[in-house]
Design a protein around this ligand. Structure first.
Ligand SMILES: Cc1cc2nc3c(=O)[nH]c(=O)nc-3n(C[C@H](O)[C@H](O)[C@H](O)COP(=O)(O)O)c2cc1C
Length: 337
């Protein structure tokens, strides 16, 4: 039985206020490059209709140079609330991209200041902004000045263990006009290894007045409760826990809203979902969608007999039919056992 303090129970039943935007859920689906496209978000939203979701990160420089907006920014008119996440280090490009994001229907603009990937940090974006707080501050100020919707920041606790500067950095972001801060409790050097250090999220929550969202290692309802009890944060953002499991955000939100635990999906239900995910990617992206579906399908394959064999096979599919065949066969086998 999961337990939750009365203070937390009260807090999570209230809407989350991100500047002028009110969101009915305090569980957010994180931006995940290569994952949180329109097809994936549709699945997550089925189980958590009120949650804030994020597009994959989009380069403001690319938006500036391309004639057409990247497909990553495409939003289904029915999917709200949604935020478009941008990365860059040029305030002018960022402001221009933010305006275009508003045109696409974004409810908020999120600025990525946490991506650890070399290709991004070398160009001054993502987590390298933690080392350039003045540039980060200018980015936020410029975007806040340009658009009427709330501007939020997602970052890490610092560059490495010798440079944990999140307290000063977070304060700077708030002072620059950010309406919410999502904090991944790891340094850039940690990548995705080691534990997320929620104690830093607690420290940041104590000094900011804008909402602070806790991110890192939220893999279950229990983790979400623990994290909020420890940090006092205003909400949680789920990331890797949703890979091959678009049910997680909904499971946490359901517990927050009702105090009851949802029954977990069966292996068959997860594979049905995998099939739907594959179909969606095929219809939306064609052949490229099939290649992208390979990793998604393999993430769905766990927790049943024959899962590892199936994982191997789905990660090599060439056609949608091949995927359907493998998934149907696996479901039949599970049914017969
Ligand atoms: C495959 C993958 C793609 C990611 N893409 C993004 C991204 O586009 N923007 C972003 O802010 N963070 C991105 N992240 C970081 C996550 O949003 C999150 O901060 C991180 O995974 C920590 O949470 P977790 O421990 O629950 O996974 C990505 C992480 C992964 C694993």
């Amino acid at each position: 039985m999961l337990s939750i303090s009365s203070t937390l129970r009260e807090k999570v039943s209230q809407p989350l206020k991100i500047g002028s935007v009110e969101v009915k859920s305090r569980v957010l689906q994180s931006p995940l490059s290569g994952v949180t496209d329109l097809v994936f978000r549709r699945l997550v939203r089925r189980y958590s209709p009120n949650s804030m979701m994020y597009t994959e990160m989009v380069s403001a420089t690319e938006i500036h140079h391309l004639k057409q907006l990247p497909r990553l920014m495409e939003i289904d008119p029915n999917e709200q609330p949604i935020s478009i996440q941008l990365f860059d280090c040029r305030p002018d490009f960022m402001a221009e991209a933010a305006q275009k994001a508003v045109g696409e229907g974004a409810k908020t603009i999120d600025i990525n200041m946490g991506c650890p990937v070399n290709k991004i940090t070398k160009k001054g974006g993502g987590s390298s902004l933690l080392r350039q707080p003045e540039i980060a501050e200018n980015l936020v100020k410029e975007v806040v000045k340009t658009v009427d919707i709330p501007v939020t920041v997602k970052t890490r606790i610092g560059w490495d263990d010798n440079e944990i500067n999140i307290l000063e950095f977070a304060q700077k972001m708030e002072d620059a006009g950010a309406s919410m801060l999502t904090l991944h409790g790891r340094t850039r050097a940690q990548g995705y290894t080691g534990n997320a250090r929620w104690e830093w999220i607690k420290k940041v929550k104590k000094i900011l007045t804008i909402p602070v969202i806790a991110n890192g290692d939220i893999f279950s309802v229990e983790a979400a409760i623990n994290c909020l009890e420890i940090t006092g944060a205003d909400g949680v953002m789920c990331s890797r826990g949703t890979l091959g499991y678009p049910f997680l955000v909904g499971e946490i939100d359901y517990f927050f809203q009702t105090g009851k635990e949802l029954i977990k999906p069966t292996s068959i239900e997860r594979l049905e979902c995998a099939k739907e995910h594959l179909k969606g990617l095929w219809e939306y992206k064609g052949k490229r969608g099939i290649y992208q579906a390979r990793k998604h399908l393999s993430w769905y394959c766990k927790g049943f007999i024959g899962a590892s064999e199936l994982r191997d096979k789905v990660s090599r599919i060439e056609t949608v039919e091949e995927g359907y065949f493998l998934l149907d066969k696996a479901m039949k086998l599970i049914n017969n056992n």
